[in-house]
Design a protein around this ligand. Structure first.
Ligand SMILES: Nc1ncnc2c1ncn2[C@@H]1O[C@H](COP(=O)(O)OP(=O)(O)OP(=O)(O)O)[C@@H](O)[C@H]1O
Ligand SMILES: [Mg+2]
Length: 263
């Protein structure tokens, strides 16, 4: 894969963006790719919690500091490759999870948010030209407020994660029409947490669902991942791949990852 920024986005919260972003990044890095994973969910940061055990604390520079012009992106990125015995590199950029930092980011003006888009664009040059990463994954916040939109706009392709919940489906449809069509961003849909019985489905049954959803969203469906009880119950403080590298959820993500490489 050559220099691709993938944003993981959704219309509503809790569809599985962070779980997918983290495990997709680890899957790629296991395969030998060099990956940067950035937490752009400044309203509800998650990556600090996920990677907490594998990093030195206190964290000196957060992504917030980079966005606020207080440091360079290179000072934010933390190398966690050794912790997970990866063939490639995994660098993570963490959003500050303290209430004070969240309030600070949420209270920013619209003008600042627009300027922040430029900061995110500059990440591309640093990550690809200077750090020689193969791919950068943005974990974003749901919906179309500026912080998530900036991530989507600066990416090469966006993976919109949705469940089969009717509110999620309606939300994605609206978001595609009101925002994505406008920006002509390349986007694909990843169905997640679909009924557990899809694991037993034949290829025909699966393809029927894919065709139906492709008609609904007018976008390619890049994968259909079932709801796995043990993913739901997994320890939130550590990535699934570290605890259970042969889990079928990761096989599903490997397939998604391969398709994304060719988009
Ligand atoms: N395929 C799956 N099967 C079962 N549980 C899943 C699956 N994918 C994600 N989950 C679970 O769903 C919950 C929400 O996941 P996650 O935090 O990744 O969502 P999110 O979209 O990042 O949420 P937010 O919008 O709040 O940032 C977690 O408990 C996670 O373990
Ligand atoms: Mg999340």
């Amino acid at each position: 894969m050559r220099e691709k920024i993938i944003a993981i986005h959704s219309s509503r919260g809790g569809t599985g963006k962070t779980t997918i972003a983290v495990n997709l990044a680890l899957t790629y890095a296991h395969e030998g790719l060099n990956i940067a994973l950035l937490d752009l969910d400044f309203r509800a940061p998650s990556l600090f919690g996920v990677f907490s055990e594998g990093i030195k604390k206190p964290v000196k520079c957060w992504l917030n500091d980079f966005m606020l012009d207080r440091c360079e992106i290179g000072q934010v990125l933390i190398d966690v490759s050794d912790k997970y015995s990866l063939d490639g590199k995994l660098l993570i950029g963490l959003a500050n999870p303290t209430i004070e930092a969240i309030r600070n980011m949420m209270g920013r003006s619209r003008a600042w948010e627009v300027a922040a888009a430029k900061k995110l664009f500059s990440v591309r040059t640093s990550i690809f030209n200077e750090m020689h990463m193969d791919c950068c994954i943005f974990d974003t916040s749901p919906g179309i407020q500026y912080s998530s939109i900036n991530g989507v706009v600066s990416s090469d392709v966006t993976v919109i994660v949705t469940t089969l919940d009717s509110l999620d489906i309606e939300g994605v449809k609206n978001m595609l029409v009101e925002f994505y069509d406008e920006f002509e961003k390349k986007s694909v849909i990843l169905m997640n947490k679909v009924f557990p019985q899809t694991r037993m489905w034949s290829d025909n049954e699966r393809n029927e669902l894919i065709t139906k959803m492709q008609r609904v969203f007018k976008r390619p469906i890049i994968g259909v991942i079932p709801c796995y009880c043990d993913v739901l119950e997994a320890n939130r403080d550590s990535p699934l791949i570290a605890e259970n590298p042969s889990h079928p959820f990761l096989k599903d993500l490997q397939e998604v990852g391969k398709k994304l490489e060719n988009i």
